[in-house]
Design a binder for this molecule. Structure first.
Ligand SMILES: [Fe+2]
Length: 189
C-alpha cells in the first residue's frame, strides 16, 4: 500500500506561463522515457526480482518515479495556467486543446500517445536491470535537453533535481545488477 503526502517531493513555484515548455515537458509525462513509463515498469518488474533486496529497490524507485510524475504534472499545469486560445495555438497545442482542453494527457511533445510498449519487462532480472540502467541514462539525457530549452530558473530547478535523481537511480540499479552477478544469483541454476 501507499501513504500519500500532500506535498511534492521537490517544490514547484512557476511564476511565468510558458506553453512551449509545457509541450516539451510532455516528453517526461507520456513519452518513451517518461516518469510514467519508469513508474509502471519498475512496479511491475519487482515481482520477478530474485530476492527481497531486489523487490525493495524496485518498489522504492518505482514509488519515487510516481512522485516525479506528480512534479511533471504540476509543472505542466502551472505552465499552461490561464493560457489564451491564441497562446495555445501559437505553441502548437491547438490539436491538444481540441481533445483535452488544458487537461493532462500522456502524450509526447509530438502528440504520440503513451503506449505500454514503453514498459519493458522480460521477467529476466539481469536483462530488466540492464534495461533500467539504460532507461535512467535516457531519462537523464532528456532532462538535460529540457534544461537547454529554457532560461527560467523556476523551471530549471525542479528539472535539475529530477535529472540528479535519474543519476542516483542508474547507480542503484547498477549496484544491484553487480551484486547479483558477483554472487552468481541467476534466474536458472
Ligand atoms: Fe528514475
Amino acid at each position: 500500500m501507499w501513504l500519500y503526502n500532500k506535498k511534492l517531493q521537490y517544490p514547484v513555484d512557476i511564476k511565468r506561463k510558458n506553453l512551449k515548455m509545457a509541450k516539451y515537458l510532455m516528453s517526461q509525462y507520456g513519452g518513451p522515457d517518461s516518469e510514467m513509463s519508469a513508474a509502471i515498469r519498475y512496479l511491475n518488474q519487482r515481482y520477478t526480482m530474485p530476492d527481497d533486496k531486489g523487490k525493495a529497490l524496485l518498489t522504492d524507485i518505482g514509488t519515487e518515479e510516481l512522485a516525479h510524475l506528480e512534479i511533471i504534472a504540476s509543472m505542466i499545469n502551472s505552465l499552461m495556467k490561464d493560457a489564451t486560445i491564441d497562446e495555445i495555438k501559437e505553441a502548437g497545442l491547438g490539436g491538444f486543446f481540441a481533445e483535452h482542453d488544458n487537461g493532462l494527457f500522456p502524450l509526447n511533445p509530438e502528440g504520440v500517445p503513451f503506449t505500454t510498449a514503453y514498459i519493458e519487462t522480460t521477467g529476466d532480472f539481469i536483462a530488466d536491470l540492464e534495461s533500467n540502467m539504460a532507461a535512467e541514462q535516457r531519462a537523464r539525457a532528456v532532462y538535460e535537453h529540457l534544461i537547454d530549452l529554457t532560461d527560467d530558473i523556476d523551471i530549471i530547478k525542479p528539472l535539475s533535481f529530477l535529472r540528479q535523481r535519474e543519476v542516483v537511480h542508474y547507480q542503484r540499479f547498477k549496484e544491484l545488477r553487480n551484486y547479483y552477478l558477483n554472487n552468481k544469483i541467476q534466474k536458472k541454476p
